[in-house]
Ligand binder design. Structure first.
Ligand code: NAD
Length: 260
């Protein structure tokens, strides 16, 4: 299948680690020219250089904190100017901290809103003037879009907002030939997942291995996903081979979510 990605320009935020990095790498493998962002300049530059060396594609890494509106606008404009346009946008950020209603104050809610929901609005708004018909927009959310996760009230709330935003944008941007989707990781083996397992083990004073075993029981495929498996699904949705999937929230979860 020809994915039609060779030579296209892709923007990937939070792209120096975890799922963002995996998506940037797979896009570069397919021949995309990639701009990736990280809050830390050295990490952005380092990851970009590694991906460029591994794939032979042009990859630039610049600092951008997606919770800061001005930084988002400047980063997108800089990338669009450097590559003369944008074809693909991947909106990603770190997940908000765990917690329940009683443990989170207004500041925590505001920060989660700016990092995980308003960032998507700002990224799309900044990118659209540079994106032509045929463009693709993908946001990395969570399986909590379909099945909220106990103890992650901030994530559960913001991800639902993202899914609503993306569905609405698929309506608004469909007539312009731009496809818009949400990709929802279940449990993909990144640093974040390992850290969440570690924290749970500490909180419940039980061995990490036991926490993991319980967690795997909920996944029909019986294992955590690999970042590369997640990234390959992202690449299909972003590709020109995807001509009719838009407005979807797609689970990449080994069958974990029980909703139909
Ligand atoms: P990760 O923690 O491994 O990587 C997240 C990256 O985002 C880090 O590089 C971090 O520095 C960066 N980041 C954080 N805040 C940022 C900001 N304001 N601006 C720019 N970059 C920022 O996480 P991951 O596992 O790769 O997950 C990516 C996203 O998917 C997160 O939002 C996470 O909550 C969500 N998610 C992941 C899983 C999973 O199984 N891995 C499951 C559900 C949801």
């Amino acid at each position: 299948m020809d994915l039609g990605i060779r030579g296209q320009v892709a923007l990937v935020t939070a792209g120096s680690r975890g799922l963002g990095r995996a998506v940037a790498l797979e896009l570069a493998r397919e021949g995309a020219r990639v701009a990736l962002a990280s809050r830390n300049r050295e990490n952005a530059e380092g990851s970009a250089a590694e991906i460029a060396a591994a794939t032979g594609s042009e990859v630039v890494g610049w600092r951008c904190d997606v919770s800061q509106g001005e930084e988002v606008r400047e980063w997108v404009d800089r990338a669009a100017e450097h590559f003369h346009g944008v074809d693909l946008l991947v909106c990603n950020a770190g997940g908000p901290p765990g917690g329940i209603l009683d443990t989170l104050d207004d500041d925590a809610w505001q920060k989660a809103f700016e990092t995980n929901l308003l960032s998507v609005v700002r990224l799309v708004r900044a990118t659209l003037p540079h994106m032509k018909s045929g463009g693709r927009i993908l946001t990395i959310a969570s399986s909590s879009v379909k099945q909220p996760i106990p103890g992650l009230i901030l994530s559960n709330t913001m991800r639902a907002g993202v899914a609503g935003l993306m569905k609405t944008l698929s309506e608004e941007l469909g007539p312009r030939g731009i496809l818009v989707n949400t990709l929802c990781p279940g449990r993909i083996a990144t640093d974040r997942l390992k850290e969440l397992d570690r924290q749970k083990a500490e909180r419940e004073r039980r061995p990490e291995a036991v926490i993991q075993k319980e967690s795997l029981r909920e996944i029909p495929l019986g294992r955590y996903g690999e970042p590369a498996e997640f990234a390959r699904t992202a690449v299909f949705l972003l590709s020109q081979a995807n001509t009719y999937v838009t407005g979807t929230s797609l689970m990449v979860d080994g069958g974990m979510v029980k909703a139909l």
